[in-house]
Design a binder for this molecule. Structure first.
Ligand code: FAD
Length: 412
């Protein structure tokens, strides 16, 4: 029997699985898909912790400040290149605007706005959904003291694609930049930029090369490399856009971290129901097993504890029927908080449906929404499945998922 089965392999599920395995637990992650990690920009957003922790039902209100810090340390131990930023440190979005974040890789942090220098935007040829003109105009606005130049870079690997009229995604380019060949190409381009600037007797200040897509090696699944910025000029990575190379490599990295710790994994497996019994009429129920469909088979998987990390509406953990007549949590059929209004007509406002989810006690055990009673004693809910938060307007998606995933793993 497993100590814990985690259902769902998104950010919250991986966090819970890895942290539990680090604590010596025998853990299985059962997941149908890869979750919303493939949309991840590479930056962890925690939001305004002080105000969010004081919202009565926000998931942060379930944790003390130490629990939130433990989640941050967990990420930094896993990925030592991630630093905690202050309000004046920003990263560059794919549109060339500066964006705040709470944990980001060193290689994404922009230089100080007050300084002077030159940016050279390296534009990979044929990169899909990337608009250098917009990036340049935004960079010029954001950094008035900086010159901005553009240099196109041609990766021979995509020559045939371009002749066929096919474009390359950020993920395609990330694979090139992370190969020995791609690193050599970048090193040559950057060396040439350095020489040109020295030759032109450029204005005083720094030179930084800005590159869309992931270039660094901090998510190296084999962990044989450490991240070294051995180019002759500083390279600034822009945050990822879809499909996200950061998300993809991070998901792979998490998977390796988990299995290296002895964690077991079932991918393409859907938890469909559970078997459990009440300990007594008045006490919470205890779950003995979940029923999982995998490769045409139906499996009954037993564990002492279960962590539900199925991601709410977007992740597939909450199903919505026609005309929203039925809104259902898919595995345990847990009661859901559902606001009376589904949406508001103000597009950029917080949408009420974002708050849909499971209410829990401080141990993340699901509550009956009417009576406030714990329903399952050995089930813990994490990540986007929790009720009463909005990752979009509160900008705390990564923060809630990591904090709750870590906290659940420390409770079990
Ligand atoms: C487009 C987008 C961009 C984002 N960008 C950022 C960002 O830049 N920074 C940031 O901090 N946060 C970001 N977030 C938010 C953050 O990624 C989310 O908070 C977080 O991904 C939610 O993680 P989760 O693990 O709870 O759910 P999910 O990522 O949705 O994972 C749920 C998992 O459960 C699996 N699953 C569902 N049902 C079952 C079942 N019955 N059986 C088995 N498996 C099941 C799914 O296949 C999936 O793997 C972004 C979110 C989105 C959608």
């Amino acid at each position: 029997m497993w100590d814990a089965i985690v259902v769902g392999g998104g950010l919250a599920g991986w966090t819970a699985g890895i942290r539990a395995a680090q604590r010596g637990k025998k853990v299985l992650i059962v997941t149908e898909g890869v979750g919303t990690l493939y949309y991840f920009s590479g930056i962890f957003d925690y939001g305004d912790l002080e105000s969010l922790r004081h919202l009565p039902k926000h998931p942060y209100s379930l944790f003390d400040a130490e629990a939130i810090d433990r989640g941050k340390h967990f990420i930094q131990e896993l990925c030592p290149e991630y630093i905690e930023t202050n309000k004046s440190q920003h990263a560059l979005t794919v549109l060339g605007t500066a964006r705040q974040g709470d944990l980001m890789p060193r290689s994404m942090v922009l230089p100080n706005h007050q300084e002077q220098g030159s940016f050279v935007l390296l534009v990979p040829e044929g990169l899909k959904d990337f608009f250098p003109e917009i990036v340049v105009s935004n960079l010029v606005r954001e950094f008035p003291g900086w010159q901005v130049n553009v240099k196109r870079v041609h990766a021979e690997n995509f020559g045939e694609w371009q002749r066929m009229g096919k474009s390359a995604s950020g993920i395609d380019y990330a694979a090139i930049w992370r190969s020995k060949e791609g690193q050599n190409l970048l090193a040559q381009e950057i060396e040439a930029i350095k020489r040109e600037h020295q030759g032109a007797g450029s204005r005083s200040g720094k030179i930084a090369v800005v590159l869309p897509s992931l270039v660094s090696e901090y998510f190296d699944a084999s962990r044989t490399k450490t991240y070294v910025q051995d180019y002759s000029l500083p390279v600034i990575e822009m945050s990822s856009f879809l499909p996200s190379p950061h998300g993809r490599y991070f998901a792979e990295y998490l998977k390796h971290q988990f299995t290296d710790l002895g964690g077991e994994l079932m991918i393409g497996a859907r938890a469909a129901a559970l078997n459990g019994k009440p300990m007594s009429a008045k006490q919470p129920k205890s779950c003995q097993e979940i029923i999982v469909q995998s490769m045409g088979k139906v499996l009954h998987l037993k564990a002492k504890k279960f962590i539900l990390a199925t991601g709410g509406l977007l992740g597939g953990g909450i199903k919505v029927g026609i005309e929203r007549k039925l809104i259902q949590e898919d595995v345990f059929d847990l009661p859901l908080y559902v606001p009376q209004e589904w949406s508001t007509s103000q597009f950029f406002a917080s949408q009420p449906f974002a708050q849909i989810g499971v209410e829990t006690d401080k141990c993340l055990r699901p509550l009956d929404t009417n009576q406030g009673r714990v329903i399952w004693d050995n089930v813990h809910v994490v990540g986007r499945m929790l009720a009463h938060w909005d990752p979009w307007t509160q900008r705390c998606g990564g923060g809630v998922s990591v904090t709750s995933g870590c906290a659940a793993a420390e409770i079990i």
